[in-house]
Write a protein that binds this ligand. Structure first.
Ligand SMILES: [Zn+2]
Length: 343
């Protein structure tokens, strides 16, 4: 089959790789129908050291089950399924508590395993991992359903970690697909004011449609001051950090009000969380991590199916598999918010 392989910074290729097959009785073989490129794929795109073997890419996909191992019970051949960005057994201590990204037997797509940006994927622990979708594989909702594999669940996780609720003042740091989904999640959970910190006109326009009430395009100290002005000098109850840069994290913890909470879902690019002393004196909770999106698919699915939330609008470009290298380039150049791959 053909799949996306990254060999180093800026070096993404689509090439022939071994066909996946059922290796374990708990596996499923999924023929991918939709996938996408993630903002987190841009970190290796910018920084990856050259690798002779390369790394298979993609962790967001929808597809049709082509075969299942003898132990698989919850999906069968012909089912349309969505996969979360981590696979998990659904039965261990952490899965039962809804933290499937810490599954004792789970893992993440890509690397030396199959990734979503390829024609097919061997899915380990299929019963714990896959969620069946009761729509046709070319349904108009496909972009929105695809966001349940990562960005919508991740935005929701940021909102939960930041303790968003009715009446809260929320700030979302980052106008990428996750930040935009964070705006959707904040509104869905009843936030009263939603301040987006972002700079790109197209993304800001979409954020406003998703429910952002205020936009802050300044950076650093100026951004912190502007959020102060917008919140009566108090800061935000809930801050969603959806980037992971040192500077964005510093802004996030700085704009939280005393007793507030920061939900981090941007993969941290620094070892240390900034502003430890001021956040201590403000009693700010700092939480978050890789979103257990498997836990959120069932919760968010009804809202996607009836159109109450429309996270599929974060996709502003569609490509075939051959166009994936250019899709990376376009997202990295901020020409595209998020690129969907249609097979
Ligand atoms: Zn588990």
């Amino acid at each position: 089959m053909r799949a996306t392989v990254m060999y180093g910074a800026g070096d993404v290729r689509v090439e022939t790789v071994p066909d996946p097959r059922i290796d374990e009785p708990s596996d499923a073989l999924v023929r991918v129908t939709r996938a996408c490129i993630c903002g987190s794929d841009l970190w290796p795109y910018q920084k990856m050291e050259p690798s002779p073997t390369g790394s298979r890419m993609g962790h967001e996909f929808i597809g049709v089950v082509e075969d299942v191992g003898a132990d698989v019970r919850t999906v069968k051949k012909g089912d349309l399924v969505v996969a979360p960005f981590a696979w998990s057994d659904g039965t261990c201590e952490f899965c039962r508590r809804g933290l499937q990204t810490s599954c004792l037997h789970g893992g993440f797509w890509g690397g030396q395993l199959d990734g979503g940006q390829g024609e097919a994927v061997r899915v380990p622990l299929a019963d714990g991992t896959l969620v069946r979708l009761s729509v046709a594989k070319d349904d108009a909702l496909m972009p929105a359903l695809l966001t349940l594999s990562d960005v919508m669940g991740t935005g929701h996780h940021a909102a939960l970690a930041a303790k968003v609720g009715p009446g809260k003042v929320v700030a979302v740091v980052g106008d990428g697909a996750v930040g935009l989904c964070g705006v959707i999640a904040a509104r869905r959970l009843g936030a009263e004011q939603i301040i987006l910190l972002g700079r790109h006109a197209d993304r800001i326009a979409l954020a406003r449609e998703f429910g952002a009430t205020d936009i802050v395009s300044e950076r650093g100290e100026a951004a912190v001051e502007r959020v102060g002005e917008l919140t009566g000098g108090l800061g935000a109850h809930s801050v969603l950090e959806c980037v992971g840069h040192g500077q964005s994290t510093e802004a996030a913890v700085s704009i939280a009000r005393p007793g507030g909470a920061v939900g981090r879902v941007g993969v941290p690019q620094r070892e240390v969380i900034p502003a430890a002393v001021p956040t201590f004196f403000k009693n700010v909770t700092i939480s978050g991590g890789p979103a257990p999106v498997r836990a959120y698919i069932e919760e968010l699915l009804p809202d996607v199916l009836d159109g109450r939330i429309q996270p599929g609008r974060v996709f502003d470009r569609v490509t075939a598999l051959d166009g994936v290298p250019d899709g990376y380039r376009a997202m990295n150049a901020r020409e595209a918010i998020k690129v969907m791959i249609a097979f």
